[in-house]
Design a protein around this ligand. Structure first.
Ligand code: NZQ
Ligand code: ZN
Length: 391
């Protein structure tokens, strides 16, 4: 096993961790406070952050209104402000959407001359970015400490992800108390997203005959089981700090890059397919994943059942008796049962999409890549069949 790993974000996890922010601000002259549609104003976090900024004597500018599934045009608008105001730290206070937008703004502001959507479609390394700091308010994406971001271009009906090591947040304030006000539906979506990130990495094409890969898969199994166990408890008691804490930790572990660095390459086809659904129908990411992942499993299990079978036995406790395929299929059934239990959608119809426009979602799914996935490589005909199976 070879890997390179550099996880540079300073993490402050736990109740009251905002007290560490003032020290983190000292090297910056001008801060942009970036936030979403107003949840931070309703739950009091906005006032708390303003107090810290003022207490630290910081000059700052605000940019609110970042949408869920953050829009490309908002990134362009916020970068104009950053450049005009000479911002040198973007402080993202929100969920994955606000944090992703902050990273994109950070990169774009140092590269105003390029067509940024062309960069999303033709990824390449760019030097330099404004610094980013994060205060997480929704556990799900892992964006608070990773260097990826996902943007939606509504005009083109495309949603694409991009990564650049220069946008790793310098610091992340992760206080589970800030997530207590996340409504039930978004909490549930966050649970699904956490499980999905772990599964994507579980479906690495690497063989589990290798002892270190096997160890990593065992760790993922444990994390998925723990997330699945806390999910219904949290959904039944949204105000419970220790359930919020557990979920925030698992979501962070799910995509902070540590597992990714070691398994090297997960599958990620389900994410690509989900982003296509979100691009066309603007549905929440976790809701889309809940629809896509079991359909993806139905398709790949017929071609390569091994890891699905391992999942069935080790995560869903299916008895290891009978054919691999039958065991694996039972695992997928139990996964669906779990999703049903937490009232997550299983079909596009459950999300109000009565007629899935296959041509549109196919355009979005292949806007950049010609093949999706690594556990099983999916070409256009395969993804089309997966979309057809959702109808
Ligand atoms: O905008 P506000 O008013 O803040 O409301 C948000 C939003 O409506 C609300 N919310 C957030 N924190 C809250 C709260 N409401 C009450 N109390 C709080 N404490 O929740 C809604 C959803 O927020 P959003 O940020 O969109 O959710 P999430 O964290 O799930 O982020 C989703 C985005 O991240 C991308 C997704 O594709 C999607 O665009 N992803 C980013 C990844 C990454 N950077 O690594 C990986 C993921 O796989 C994912 O693709
Ligand atoms: Zn995700």
């Amino acid at each position: 096993m070879n890997f390179n790993l550099n996880l540079p974000t300073r993490v402050y996890f736990g109740q009251g961790s905002i007290k560490n922010m003032e020290g983190e601000l000292k090297d910056y002259r001008k801060v942009m406070l970036l936030y979403g549609g107003g949840s931070i104003k309703r739950n009091g976090l906005y006032d708390e952050v303003i107090e810290v900024l003022k207490g630290a004597g910081k000059d700052f500018v605000e940019f609110g209104g970042i949408e869920p599934n953050p829009r490309y045009r908002s990134v362009l608008a916020a970068s104009e402000v950053c450049v005009a105001e000479g911002v040198d730290l973007i402080l993202a206070v929100g969920g994955g959407s606000v944090i992703d937008a902050a990273k994109a703004v950070a990169l774009r502001s140092r590269h105003m001359e390029i067509d940024f959507w062309d960069l999303m479609r033709n990824p390449r390394y760019l030097e330099g970015a404004i610094s980013v700091g994060t205060i997480l308010t929704l556990a799900a994406t892992g964006s608070e400490t990773n260097c990826g971001f996902v943007l939606t271009n509504l005009k083109r009906e495309e949603k694409l992800g991009h990564g650049n090591p220069n946008v790793y947040p310098k610091f992340a304030i992760m206080d589970p108390g800030y997530t207590k006000s996340v409504p039930r539906s978004h909490t549930r979506n966050g649970i699904v997203d956490t499980i999905a990130h772990l599964l994507e990495q579980y479906f690495t094409p690497l063989s589990d005959q290798d002892v270190l890969t096997d160890l990593m898969l065992e760790r993922i199994e444990r994390l998925i089981k723990n997330t699945m166990a806390v999910g219904p408890k949290l959904l039944g008691d949204l105000n419970n700090y220790s359930y919020r804490e557990e979920h925030m930790y698992y979501a962070y572990m799910g995509l902070n890059g540590e597992i990714a660095g070691k398994v090297k390459r997960g599958d990620w086809a389900s994410h690509g397919i989900e982003h296509a659904l979100s691009a066309v129908y603007d549905i929440a990411h976790g809701a889309g994943l809940s629809i896509v992942f079991p359909h993806w499993m139905d398709y790949v299990v017929e071609r390569k059942p091994e890891r699905v079978k391992r999942m069935a036995v080790n995560i869903f406790e299916v008895e290891d008796k009978g054919s691999d395929l039958a065991i694996a299929r039972e695992g997928i059934e139990r996964f669906r049962k779990y999703l049903r239990r937490i009232e997550a959608p299983l079909t596009p119809r459950d999300e109000g999409i009565d007629q899935l426009d296959i041509d549109k979602v196919m355009h979005a799914a292949f806007a950049r890549d010609s093949v999706l996935g690594h556990y099983v490589k999916l070409e256009e005909k395969d993804v089309r069949a997966i979309f057809e199976s959702m109808k």
